[in-house]
Ligand binder design. Structure first.
Ligand code: NAD
Ligand code: ZN
Length: 353
């Protein structure tokens, strides 16, 4: 089969590989739509997870079941399915302890385009099919379903990690597709004021639609100073970090009220340490929490998030700014993600509607 791969750090290309083998609990999926992710860019061009040779890229997509193992109960050949980017081993002790995304080891649930071939192939393999697939509802398109692999669950996880409550003032750093879904998640959880850090007109427009109320630009001075000015020196209750690098934590801690929480879903592709400002962290006693998390995967979560789209509480169409038709366009779509033209939020490659 054909796949689009990371050949080594900094290099990508089409390769031929054997079709993956289906174990008793697994499924083999033929993709119906695919989407590249900023994480693919960190992986290939920043070498963020180290060297990988001839590894098929991609972890966002949906498809049709082409083969199932003999122990799979709820899915059969021909079913149209959604798949999360994170596919935990649901029998692991880590999953039992409430952290399926770390099954086996830290970040162990992140298998596609990390520990095994990803979804940018004619066929891809899904472990624990009953736990990691979900049936695609009729009123969700294949392009929309791709946003349920990673953008919606990750952005919403940011809102969960930051523990957004009714009436909170929330800062969202970075309003790419993940940050936009963090805005939407914070809004659905009842935030009263959502201050978004971003400057591109296309993302500002989308963020307004998702519930952002105020905008600042990290290019126009330190984030903390701008936030403190907007909030009469009080700062924000919660913050979600979905963009930037290790340097974003310092201003966000400064902009946070005592007792505030930071949910980070950003993939920190470079740098060695994160600086925590001692004084603004309450000289060690400010009750300012930082939690960074890989999004949880799994069927239960996929079904619940999909029901937000099915029932018109969430519209992911504004994310889909660039659409390609045909598997062969995967390369172009990934290069768009790498080059990030000003009008891009998210590219999607549709193989079948
Ligand atoms: P993106 O690059 O499209 O968006 C990030 C945005 O942050 C950009 O618009 C950029 O202009 C902005 N930005 C850059 N520097 C900034 C700064 N200093 N302050 C504020 N904003 C700044 O990326 P995305 O696709 O939205 O993904 C966001 C991050 O989430 C990426 O690092 C991605 O790898 C990561 N991610 C994490 C998970 C997870 O499970 N935790 C899953 C998917 C993606
Ligand atoms: Zn992704």
């Amino acid at each position: 089969m054909k796949g689009y791969a990371m050949l080594k750090i900094g290099e990508t290309g089409w390769i031929e590989k054997e079709r993956p083998v289906c174990g008793p609990n697994d499924a083999i999926i033929r993709p119906l739509a695919l989407s590249p992710c900023t994480s693919d860019v960190h992986t290939v061009w920043e070498g963020a997870i180290g060297e990988r040779e001839n590894m098929i890229l991609g972890h966002e997509g949906c498809g049709v079941v082409d083969e199932v193992g003999e122990s799979v109960k709820d899915f059969k050949v021909g079913d149209r399915v959604m798949v999360a980017a994170i596919t935990p081993d649901w029998n692991s002790v880590e999953a039992q302890s409430g952290f399926p995304m770390h099954s086996g080891e830290m970040l162990g649930g992140w298998k596609f385009s990390n520990f095994k071939d990803g979804v940018f192939a004619e066929y891809f393999h899904v472990n624990d099919a009953d736990g990691n697939l979900a049936h695609l509802p009729d009123n969700i398109t294949t392009a929309e379903a791709c946003m349920l692999s990673d953008m919606v669950p990750t952005g919403f996880h940011g809102a969960e990690l930051a523990d957004i409550q009714f009436g909170d003032t929330v800062l969202v750093v970075g309003i790419g597709p993940v940050g936009l879904m963090a805005v939407a998640g914070a809004n659905l959880r009842g935030a009263s004021r959502i201050i978004a850090v971003g400057s591109r007109p296309v993302t500002i427009e989308a963020a307004k639609g998702y519930g952002a109320t105020d905008f600042i630009s990290y290019k126009e001075g330190p984030i903390d100073e701008q936030v403190l000015k907007l909030t009469d020196g009080k700062g924000v209750d919660k913050a979600i970090i979905a963009g930037g690098g290790v340097e974003t934590f310092e201003p966000v801690i400064k902009a946070l009220k005592p007792g505030g929480k930071i949910g980070n879903v950003n993939y920190l592709g470079s740098g060695t340490y994160i600086n925590i400002p001692r004084a603004e962290w309450g000289v060690g006693m400010g009750h300012k929490q930082i939690i960074g998390g890989l999004m949880p995967g799994g069927r239960y979560r996929l079904e619940k998030l999909a029901s937000l789209i099915s029932n018109k509480k969430l519209d992911v169409k504004p994310l889909l700014t660039h659409k390609f038709n045909g598997f062969e366009h995967v390369e172009e779509a990934l290069m768009l993600m790498k080059d990030k033209p000003k009008d891009l939020i998210k590219p999607v490659v549709v193989i079948e509607e």
